[in-house]
Design a protein around this ligand. Sequence first.
Ligand code: ISL
Ligand code: CA
Length: 555
Amino acid sequence: MNDWKKKAVVYEAYVQSFKDSNGDGIGDIQGLIEKLDYIKNLGANVIWLTPIFKSPLVDNGYDIADYQAINPIYGTMDDFKKLLSKAHEKGLRIVLDLVVNHTSDQHKWFKESQKNKENKYSDYYIWRDPKEDGSAPTNLGSAFGGSAWTYVPERNQYYLHLFAKQQPDLNWDNPEVRNDIYKIMMFWLDMGVDGFRMDSISFISKPSKFEDAPLEDNKEYGAYYYGSANGPHIHQYLQEMNREVLSKYDVIAIGETPHTSAKEARLFVEPERHELDMVFQFEHMHVDYGKYGRYSDVTFKMSDLRNSMSSWQNSLSWNSNYLGNHDQPRIVSRFGNDNKYRKESAKMLAIVSLLQKGTPFIFQGEEIGMTNLHIKKIDELKDLEAHNIYNFLRSKGISEDDALNMVNRKTRDNARTPMQWDESEQGGFSSETPWMEVNPNYKEINVKKDLKDPDSIYHFYQKILKLRNNNQVLLDGKYELVSSDDSAVFAYTRSTGKEKLAVICSFVPYKVKYNLPTDFVNRNELLLSSYGDNKAKASNVMYLRPYEGVVIRRE
Ligand code: ISL
Ligand code: CA
């Protein structure tokens, strides 16, 4: 991996909720341009934009109707070019979301494809005949609920959609599909875009023969990823994409790979395979899954989080380090404490994740400790996933209150509320009513406040990123877990031949005693503490305050 990629620090901007520049309540490209310095000053140098392309927005833009057109609600192609050049002037790179496991059903390819079996696009999607009784080819369910197959009378066939029925899956086995995708990629790369985050990329290669999936817990449908996660030709296609496109540019390729084990993930990212630079894994996002999967009323155990993150650190030479994104709850609400210790735990979570080996990813709002939204009525939620799940939970006899609580903990809307810029109405996000309500705590939690306060979460992110940038050992150094039997503290070291740092993080709301790793005893220097003060050198024991995170150097 070349130097700039190693030093990349990625800020994920969920565009429609980042900054509205023209008062229509929707974040836009111009708004992003206004805030480039904000992102740069934080210490990020790459911005990943969630999809900004033409889309009917059934899944907030992850349903693309034209890959080469900007959705007018975000601005124009000229605005985008301006963003690109302004960002480049400031030394910031721009990464786009490439959503090519599926398109929107409004894409011209699909509109043609569904007409009959004889046109140029008829084989662009995954079409299968009904069963003899006319029912769907298999029991596969969609990720958002219901069957993954939808019937189209014109073809007397079903098409596959792992996600919403308005998101038909592309047929990557068709070389023309792959070619068209490569052309789209080159269109953006030739314009100067610096890389892609590839949505759901582990699902692109489908099984040649679809089969019924085993049904768990009297569910009606089989798991959506059954047979499609890491399908038969996935690596052949990614190597082809690398050969045909990526290798010709100096760009970054980040794959989103749900339902991929660490062993399988190696095949995507080990450099000699010439596929992608890194992947987003999901194992550590499953630490609080329960009987109802993601939407269960379960709280994570720190040791599970530690084991999962460490095993990925040990398995891959480079990781994408993240705790949250636009699909996940707010990290301080999920893994920290969004009440009394919001500030302390937000800082600690930043240390624990961003200093592991790999690329740090910061999702907008994490840097000021934004929290989950606690809605009171299901109608207040926007996300289609939340509504489907709520109905499913209710159908299983779960009470309204309990179902709402389960959805509140995990709904993707938690991450999608507008960015809280200041204490003015609508949190300074927009002059009008935003497309989605601002979290009512915006007067307490906002950027303006954090920029003023030297002890803020924002300023602490700056410190962490500076530390990473100025210490080669944090870029290249080996990751080693210190102890795997401590229930309160997640500690690891980063080391090269001569240098060694220890990152020590408490996950509990009280003071804990921590015995230093032997080689740090009596010889350590404090580089960073989330409590900001300079403690006296620790001899062999450290007393960590609630949610305290520290970085020490071996002397
Ligand atoms: O839903 C999941 C876990 O709760 C994941 O397994 C899911 O498959 C994965 O997060 C895929 O997400 C991406 O593709 C979706 C889109 O809705 C998400 O916003 C995007 O990040 C479909 O394009
Ligand atoms: Ca706008």
